[in-house]
Design a protein around this ligand. Structure first.
Ligand code: DGT
Ligand code: CA
Ligand code: ZN
Length: 587
């Protein structure tokens, strides 16, 4: 326990006291003064307490000294714990509203009896807050603004939106000559499907002074995408972008870079067992460094990179995507982490739409965009006839598409190939939207649910399993139907679906559309362990949609997939044989 930590506890006590009904101004001031006194104190707090040297320090009365001693001996202050338990949660939430202090918070709470931000918002809209003594319309509007700001601020964002913003800022910062190393950390680096904010870690030369750091911070906070500056210092600055995403930038000296990058990459869940391992090896790990404890003293273990840090802990390097406490620590200590798939392993695209159904680009445009991107095939999968809303294809239209595919394939012979696929609707009863005779004419079949989302979990699961049993089905498309941050998936027992797919040799896709990222990575891991092959498909409806593959790769890596787990790392011939095999087996 260090000085800053204890000071924070005393400060919190002061704040919580001010939120009490019968708050005593003198008592509250005493904690504010003590916080300041402690922050200004020289020397190691634990030593000062041990030597009983705190007595007589201006600002530290006997009660507060007792609390400091308690914090050092037990790690907590019971008085603080009591206050926390007594304080209504809504009061603490209101503290985050800019421009609203304890006095106003108590007034709102006492007069309006609100228990949530939603109720507070409602009270403002009913003009009730403006009529409180000492408030007025202006304060009420300010509260409404604050609620709006906080809701934006605390929202999560899809990975593609955050990545786009982060990349612009990263590229701008990279132009500064004072920057030595620079990396986006946090959940974005771990390729989570949604992120709360963007964390950036940057290093300057070890001898860089505050002027250099401030120059970097000025540059950062004056980026055109910045709407509000919420904090600015020489080591950390925070902003909120016009898009509502918050960004934290941390500047460290280059010798601290790997430790800081590692800390702010997280996850917290990964760090817990990692710290335990360090402890067992007489080491400690935090955002400043990795230390070996020698004769009771911490000695820095010099590391140039994160890989050095894992090596010092006698572990295999753990890629950021795996740092979720999903078994990676244990595997890394056995040097048994999988060789994860990368974007370079992909040979082709499976799951794309064209103007034949609801795509925005023609078959030929989609094919050529794939050639440009270095792929050697595309599996076209327009919608089936039941999907009238999405221009599903009749047999007649299928014949036309197949004829065009044959023509284009003749043209591309030897360098590119279009595969004849379909994204066939799974009907309500689990049967498919095309008869077997038609299904047999496709190179491969994706089966997806696009209707009757309201079925019970049992019915939906049965429906999906019946589709899996159809011998022509190769892939289940977006298995839960979720739309991230918009719509939960339909009720379905994914474990049962995974078991059925494993039994019947059916693949489950990772839909790489950043609004879906479905199958979820937590289940990808499970599916892989059952031997299921997991193709990555962009579900592209435009040329730009083809670039979503990178998000699918992120999910695949989070799900521990190797290239050999993903069918579209095969060449076209091998893939076609793989799809054909299932039909042959079934017959
Ligand atoms: P999110 O919610 O999408 O922003 O997820 P993260 O993982 O980016 O979380 P964030 O931004 O709160 O913090 C970034 C990393 O910094 C986190 O993964 C681990 C580290 N970190 C931040 N605060 C703490 C903390 O209080 N304790 C520990 N152990 N690590 C922390
Ligand atoms: Ca974050
Ligand atoms: Zn679909």
């Amino acid at each position: 326990m260090d000085k800053a930590q204890i000071a924070r506890m005393l400060e919190e006590i002061g704040v919580l006291l001010s939120l009490k009904e019968d708050s005593n101004v003198y008592e509250q001031r005493a904690y504010e003064n003590a916080t300041r006194a402690l922050n200004g104190l020289d020397g190691d707090i634990e030593q000062l307490v041990k030597d009983k040297k705190l007595k007589g320090t201006p600002g530290l009365g006997p009660t507060i000294i007792k609390r400091i001693e308690e914090a050092i001996n037990t790690g907590t202050i019971s008085f603080l714990d009591e206050l926390r338990a007594q304080t209504p949660a809504i009061k603490l939430q209101m503290l985050r509203l800019p421009g609203i202090g304890p006095k106003k918070i108590n007034a709102i709470y006492d007069h309006l009896k609100v228990t949530s931000m939603a109720e507070l918002e409602q009270a403002c809209k009913e003009n009730k807050v403006a009529h409180l003594p000492g408030f007025g319309k202006k304060t009420q509007d300010k509260i409404l603004e604050g609620i709006d700001f906080l809701s934006k601020h605390t929202e999560r964002h899809r990975i593609n939106v955050a990545e786009h913003e982060a990349e612009q800022i990263r590229a701008a910062l990279a132009t500064l000559s004072e920057v030595v190393r620079l990396e986006v950390a946090g959940s974005l680096r771990r390729r989570r499907e949604t992120v709360k904010d963007i964390d950036i870690v940057l290093s300057v030369a070890d001898n860089a002074d505050d002027a250099i750091r401030m120059k970097i911070m000025d540059f950062f906070t004056s980026q055109p995408s910045v709407a509000t500056i919420t904090g600015k210092g020489t080591t950390k600055s925070s902003v909120v972008l016009h898009s509502g995403i918050a960004v934290d930038l941390r500047v460290v000296t280059d010798s601290h870079f790997p430790y800081t990058l590692h800390h702010f990459t997280g996850s917290r869940e990964h760090h817990i067992p990692l710290r335990r391992r360090a402890q067992n090896m007489q080491m400690t790990i935090n955002d400043y460094g990795l230390f070996k404890i020698v004769e009771g003293k911490e000695e820095l273990v010099p590391c140039q990179t994160e890989a050095d840090m894992y090596a010092a802990l006698d572990m295999q390097y753990v890629p950021p995507e795996l740092r979720e406490d999903m078994g990676e620590i244990e595997a890394a200590t056995r040097y048994a982490l999988p060789d994860l798939i990368t974007e370079h392993d992909l040979q082709g695209i499976i799951h794309a739409h064209t103007t034949y159904s609801d795509g925005k680009n023609t078959l030929k445009e989609m094919a050529e965009a794939c050639i440009e991107r270095g792929y050697s095939y595309i599996g076209i999968t327009d919608h089936s006839k039941a999907a009238a809303y999405a221009g599903g294809l009749t047999l007649q239209e299928l014949e036309e598409q197949w004829a065009e595919i044959d023509r284009l394939n003749a043209e591309y012979a030897g360098r590119f190939r279009i595969l004849k696929g379909t994204e066939c609707d799974i009907l309500r009863d689990g049967s498919l939207d095309y008869d077997d005779e038609i299904l047999a004419r496709f190179d491969f079949v994706i089966a997806s649910i696009h209707s009757n989302f309201q079925l019970s979990e049992t019915e939906q699961t049965q429906r999906m399993i019946r589709a899996i049993e159809n011998p022509y089905v190769n892939i289940i498309g977006h298995p839960t139907g979720r739309i991230l941050l918009e719509r939960a998936g339909y009720a379905i027992n994914l474990e049962a679906v995974i078991d059925a797919a494993a039994e019947h040799g059916v693949c489950i896709e990772i839909n790489a559309n950043p609004a879906r990222l479905d199958l979820d990575w937590r289940y990808v891991h499970r599916a892989r362990d059952k031997g299921i092959k997991v193709p990555i498909g962009p579900d592209a409806h435009t040329l730009a949609g083809l670039d979503d593959m990178r998000y699918g790769i992120g999910v695949a890596r989070k799900g521990w997939l190797r290239a050999s787990d993903v069918p579209n790392t095969m060449d076209a011939e091998t893939l076609l044989r793989f799809f054909q095999e299932r039909r042959n087996k079934k017959k």
